[in-house]
Design a protein around this ligand. Structure first.
Ligand SMILES: Nc1nc2c(c(=O)[nH]1)N[C@H]1C(S)=C(S)[C@@H](COP(=O)(O)O)O[C@H]1N2
Ligand SMILES: [Mo]
Length: 223
């Protein structure tokens, strides 16, 4: 099995992420995703209606920027491009092309993704993992999955997607751990300002504590 540079395989699929000190957010009985930004009118799409768009399966590994990878996951959902062409493109406001997309989760988490990366053919809005509906550890009710990019791109608990024609402001822009604009795992684009190889040892030291925090997810067997 070949993993991207600097990654190590872990057993199972731990609950990763930056908000581990908090429990996963509660999900309403009829969840919706708000869609806004450079559109003639904002729309609200129910997760039930989203699931009726053409679907696909996606077998992929999942790579956290901290250096661990969960291997052999099977996602199911709607390709992001399918959703975009059907629901968003007809509502675009101007001739200016969409350049950035902001994904927001119920816990307030956000990721900013370049248009061409979000429309790659392995990017999914997933509602099932390994044959079951997504559980709260892994992003219920739906999440983004972009396996070619570090895990921080793949926003869980999606509740809002915003389309922009220029780079939106990012409060973490100048943080040393600011997300890379592209975050491609095979190019080891871990962070915006620091080379991937430089941060590897720092993360290695943190893996123990992070792993302890994500203990709840790591007990969940995928078999
Ligand atoms: N809503 C939300 N999405 C999120 C995060 C988060 O804290 N909240 N963490 C990100 C990070 S850093 C990673 S590595 C993956 C972890 O996905 P998992 O918990 O399913 O393993 O989710 C990403 N998406
Ligand atoms: Mo991560």
């Amino acid at each position: 099995m070949t993993l991207p540079p600097g990654q190590r395989a872990v057993e199972g699929f731990p609950r990763f992420g930056t908000h581990l000190h908090r429990p996963p957010p509660p999900v309403s009985a009829d969840p919706v995703i708000e869609i806004g930004g450079a559109l003639t009118e904002p729309i609200t799409l129910s997760v039930t209606d989203l699931a009726k768009l053409p679907r696909r399966d996606l077998a992929a590994d999942f790579h956290c920027v901290a250096g661990w990878s969960a291997t052999g996951l099977l996602w199911e959902g709607v390709p992001f491009e399918t959703f975009y062409r059907a629901q968003v493109e007809p509502l675009l406001e101007s001739d200016a092309p969409v350049s950035h997309i902001v994904f927001e989760g119920l816990d307030g988490y956000r990721s900013i993704v370049l248009f061409e990366d979000a429309l790659a053919d392995d990017v999914l809005i997933a509602d099932r993992l390994d044959g079951r509906p997504l559980d709260s550890d892994h992003g219920a009710p739906v999440r983004l999955v972009s396996p070619g990019q570090y895990g921080y791109v793949s926003t869980k608990h999606l509740c809002r997607i915003e389309f922009h024609t220029s780079e939106p402001p990012d409060p973490d822009r100048w943080s040393p751990l600011a997300a890379h604009r592209r975050a491609r795992v095979w190019q080891e684009e871990r962070h915006r300002h620091l080379p991937g190889r430089v941060v590897r040892p720092v993360y290695r030291a943190l893996i123990g504590p992070i792993r302890a925090l994500s203990a709840r997810g790591s007990r969940t067997s995928r078999q």
